[in-house]
Each structure stands twice: as C-alpha cells, then as structure tokens.
Design a protein around this ligand. Structure first.
Ligand code: HEC
Ligand code: HEC
Length: 296
C-alpha cells in the first residue's frame, strides 16, 4: 500500500507545483516601464483607440460624460455577468491611489495590486501588445480624468469561474502576444495591425471563441456569436466585408455604410472612438482589414 501511495503523492505534489507555476501572475519589468515618461496628450489617442471609456464610463454616457469613468456597465457572458469597475482618479473608489506601475500591470498583464488575476472580460490579453511608451502615455492621461465616488459592484459569476487563481491557466493557454498578421508589412499595415490587434481589440468581439472563452485565432475577425447569447457580430474579413478602403474609412468616421445604413450595437461606441483618431490611423485600419485572409 505504502509503495503505491508514494508515486501518487509525488504526482500530486508535482501537479500542484505546475499549477502554481502556470497560475502565478506575471509582471511587467519595472525598470523598463519606469524609464518611460508619460505624455497625457499622446495618451488621449491611446485611450480613444483602446476604447477604455466604452466599458468604464457609465451606461448611456454622452460626449461630455464619457470621460467620467464611474464603472457599473454590465457585460453578460456564458460565464456570468461582469461589472466594470470605477476607473476614475478618485483615490477611494477609483484608481487615484494606485501607482503608475500598478495601473500598467493591470492593463497589459491583467494583474491587480493584490496580485489577483483579472477576468478576461477586461481585454488585457489583447492590450498585452501595447508598447511601453503608449502604456506610460495612457497612464498619464488617466490621471487627468475627473474623479467619481461611485462604489464598485461585485461580479455575478458563479463557481468555478469565480476562482481568480484559475485565470492564470486561462492566460497561459490563450493570452498570446504574437501578432496574427505576420510577414513583411508596409508601415501602414504595421500601424493598422497595432490599432486592430492591440489597442482597438477588434478581435475581442469579431473573432469566434472556444468553450473556455479563448479566441480562435485561425478564424481571426471571422465573425462571432454575441457573448450575451443574442445575435451575431459580423465577419469583417474580405470574404464578407466587400467594401472599398474609402467605405471602411467612412464607416469608422461617421458610422455610415455604403448602403446608407448606420452602425448599431456596440459598434456605435467603437465608431465614436475611431472618429477621434487621425484620418491616417483610420486608413491604416482599413488597409489592415483589406489585407486579411478571408474567413468563410
Ligand atoms: C470590454 C470592456 C473593457 C474595456 C474595453 C476595458 N476594460 Fe478595464 N475592465 C473591464 C472589466 C470587466 C474589469 C474587471 C475585471 C476583474 O474584476 O477581473 C476591468 C478592470 C480594469 C482595471 C482594474 C480596476 C480595479 O479596480 O481593480 C483597470 C485598471 C482597467 N480595467 C483599466 C482599463 C484601461 C486603461 C482600459 C483601456 C486601455 C480598459 N480598462 C478597457 C472591462 C474593460
Ligand atoms: C464591443 C464589440 C466590438 C468591438 C470591440 C468592435 N466591433 Fe465592429 N462591430 C460590432 C458589432 C456588434 C457590429 C454590428 C453593427 C451593426 O449591427 O450595425 C460591428 C460591425 C463592424 C463593421 C461593419 C460590418 C458590416 O458588415 O456591416 C466593421 C467594418 C467593424 N465592425 C470593424 C471593427 C473594427 C475595425 C474594430 C476595431 C477597431 C471593431 N469593429 C471593434 C462589435 C464590435
């Protein structure tokens, strides 16, 4: 009996060690991050392109109030409902009391000040491709936004998905920092790829997911079920989106399609954010979409 028990114990201990390694949080290199000097003006572009306000502003926020990041928006998913936290500069209720390094780690590693993993409803597994310079600029900009004392609400997620430690395993499996579009790209495509694959997190909505919520990168931007279970988010690869470059740029500027329809659903806020970017950035996004492999 004893002879049998030892190998079993060893397997359990090794298993726990591997689980511990795989699920322990990763951190940004502090020295390289602190070498950056953030610029809030440039940070505004990073903030708009990344759509932070689309999730962290209050429900139905308008042009004026979208910079008050009170939190409270609800995101239904197959795993439960996530509720966006207060991201304002309030010291008590927001992130005003956090260090720059803590904010940076949350955005690109999905790890909080208590070393807890964040749920991937916060798209850090996409922001992980953000440059350190952009990250520092973004943090400087967040510091300048108004405070709001709205209290955070707990997520409505049940066992086993509410165990934050397990998210380390999710990150290990799905948080890739490789680019999807590879090869020798023009400067415009490199910028477009950065805006789509990193900041704009277009794939978080437009790419289908597996049962564990990981993006199916082989079907990149090929259209997906809406996470709430209602409706679909369109395929935006050339197989389905038969628009010219100018049509895509127009859509990202005004929301008008070539058929004189207007953008609906979550895309309304994405378009508002894209409209705040430069014309050349919208052109870069359009060029990237046109260069995508078709997903049928
Ligand atoms: C798709 C919606 C979405 C977008 C876009 C988004 N977030 Fe979040 N964010 C969330 C959710 C949901 C959480 C809560 C995660 C958790 O508790 O595990 C969160 C958590 C955070 C936290 C941790 C706050 C705390 O109190 O612990 C920070 C910091 C943060 N987000 C910053 C940002 C920044 C900066 C951006 C833009 C670059 C951004 N988020 C974009 C949904 C989003
Ligand atoms: C929060 C989810 C979400 C994100 C993020 C998102 N989209 Fe969308 N997108 C949608 C939805 C939903 C629609 C359908 C809109 C409608 O019904 O009018 C859509 C529609 C579109 C369309 C029009 C497709 C058509 O056939 O009418 C384009 C083009 C598009 N998105 C591009 C992008 C790009 C580029 C990005 C990243 C910068 C992006 N989207 C990010 C949800 C999203």
């Amino acid at each position: 009996m004893k002879r049998l028990l030892w190998p079993v114990l060893i397997v359990i201990v090794l298993g726990l060690a591997v689980f511990g390694l795989l699920t322990s949080p990763a951190f940004l290199d502090e020295t390289s991050f602190l070498e950056q000097t953030g610029n809030a003006d440039r940070g505004k572009t990073v903030f708009d392109a990344s759509g932070c306000a689309s999730c962290h502003a209050a429900e139905n926020a308008d042009e004026e109030s979208h910079l008050i990041l009170t939190g409270g928006k609800r995101f239904d998913s197959p795993f439960g409902t996530f509720i966006a936290p207060n991201l304002s500069s309030d010291v008590e209720m927001g992130i005003g009391g956090w260090t720059d390094y803590e904010i940076a780690n949350a955005v690109i590693n999905g790890v909080g000040p208590q070393k807890q993993h964040y749920f991937p409803a916060f798209p850090y597994a996409t922001y992980n491709k953000m440059t350190l310079a952009d990250l520092a600029d973004l943090v400087s900009y967040l510091r300048e936004l108004p405070a709001s004392d709205v209290k955070n609400q707990p997520h409505e997620v049940s066992f086993p998905f509410n165990i934050r430690r397990n998210l380390g395993g999710w990150k290990f499996l799905f948080a890739s920092d490789d680019w999807v579009m590879q090869g020798d790209l023009s400067d415009e495509l490199i910028r477009g790829r950065y805006l789509v694959e990193a900041l704009g997190h277009c794939g978080e909505c437009h790419t289908p997911r597996n049962a564990l919520g990981g993006m199916k990168r082989g079907k990149w931007l090929g259209g997906a079920a809406h996470p709430s279970g209602k409706g679909r988010i369109p395929n935006i690869t050339p197989a389905a989106l038969e628009w010219a470059k100018g049509d895509i740029v127009e859509y990202l500027t005004s929301g008008f399609t070539p058929e004189f329809d207007t953008a609906g659903g979550e895309m309304v806020e994405v378009v508002e954010n894209m409209a705040r970017l430069s014309q050349s950035d919208r052109e870069a996004i359009a060029a990237y979409l046109l260069a995508l492999p078709s997903v049928e």
